[in-house]
Ligand binder design. Structure first.
Ligand SMILES: NC(=O)c1ccc[n+]([C@@H]2O[C@H](COP(=O)([O-])OP(=O)(O)OC[C@H]3O[C@@H](n4cnc5c(N)ncnc54)[C@H](OP(=O)(O)O)[C@@H]3O)[C@@H](O)[C@H]2O)c1
Length: 287
């Protein structure tokens, strides 16, 4: 694409974005910054918000996986609002196993998003709430071709509950040890060194969701998923809740980002947090 055409397209996108830059449905948080939407649209993926609640010392759960509830009732409501403004909410299989969440929006009059579980090995229990309630609130499970073939019984059980199974070739991540954070161009989950035959490319996952009509994606965890998306630079907005707790040796919200020098750390635009109940809420955008 020549430079003039690219500049024209960006200009057009910015004008369109300008038309929708007011907060949706009068919510407390402002909608994603316009430049970020341009970036997401041009890369054929949904706009991504990552959200999680952590302790003051950066843990999203205790060492036993207990995370309910790190934050207060006020911020739980915010989590439900974020769900209702998204087309889909995505978590990893680890969160389903640890928390058995419903991932619905339980504010009256608000709709629930589609639920998406990233599960390369198809290891999530078939009696999980996101599975058994799939007839009421749609659930997609994204897994590897290999797992689909190996786990015939699980596939039957999931389909019986109305779960939609989407597959991708496994072994496509590129975890690695890079000292550079990707600018949205990496594809690794950061969960391993690229040797996992069931690891799916995050870019392929996002393309799949985009093709399904998902324009706004909310990522709710857990640690592996948060780390993968942050590390790959695949997000526009981070809504971070910090509760006045110290957990100590718990599960860190963010694992190894491959950052070896401070100059390579992921930088976010400075923002002022707001107090919600006893918690601090940060709404942060990439620099
Ligand atoms: N405080 C909060 O806001 C909050 C929110 C959510 C969760 N949590 C906590 O977070 C903890 C769970 O974190 P976690 O890191 O264990 O689990 P996770 O991030 O939810 O899930 C990780 C799993 O997802 C699958 N996965 C991730 N990336 C993949 C990829 N690229 N391709 C294929 N599969 C992929 C893998 O499943 P397989 O290994 O089965 O293939 C991986 O083991 C729990 O203790 C939970 O309570 C806290």
């Amino acid at each position: 694409m020549n430079k003039n055409r690219a500049a024209r397209l960006v200009g057009e996108a910015q004008r369109l974005v300008g038309a929708r830059s007011t907060p949706r449905r009068g919510r407390g948080l402002s909608i994603i910054a316009s430049s970020s939407i341009v970036q997401a649209n041009m890369s054929q993926r949904p706009e991504i918000t990552i959200t999680f609640a952590q302790s003051l010392d950066g843990c999203i759960a205790t060492s036993t996986g207990d995370s309910r509830w790190i934050s207060s009732d006020e911020t739980l409501r915010l989590a439900h609002e974020l769900r209702s403004e998204a087309d889909a909410v995505l978590v990893g299989a680890g969160t389903v196993k640890a928390d058995n969440p419903r991932l619905t929006c339980r504010i009256s009059g608000h709709t629930s998003p589609l639920r998406v579980i990233l599960d390369g090995r198809l290891s999530l229990p078939a009696d999980s709430l996101v599975i058994t309630s799939a007839h009421e609130t749609p659930t997609y499970v994204i897994t590897s071709d290999r797992a689909l073939k190996k786990q015939e019984n699980k596939v039957l059980q999931l389909r019986k509950h109305g779960v939609r199974l989407l597959t991708l070739p496994g072994g496509d991540g590129n975890g690695g040890d890079s000292d550079k954070l990707s600018n949205g161009g990496g594809s690794g989950s950061g969960a391993n060194n690229g040797n996992n035959p069931d690891e799916l490319s995050l870019h392929s996952v996002l393309e799949l969701l985009s093709a399904e009509g998902i324009q706004r994606l909310l990522i709710e965890g857990g640690s592996g998923i948060i780390t993968s998306f942050l590390r790959a630079g695949l997000f526009e907005r981070l809504v971070l809740v910090t509760a006045p707790l110290i957990i100590g040796a718990g599960i860190p919200a963010v694992g190894d980002m491959g950052v070896r020098k401070l100059t390579s750390a992921l930088k976010l635009r400075p923002a002022t947090p707001r107090l919600l109940g006893p918690d601090l809420v940060w709404e942060l955008y990439r620099e």
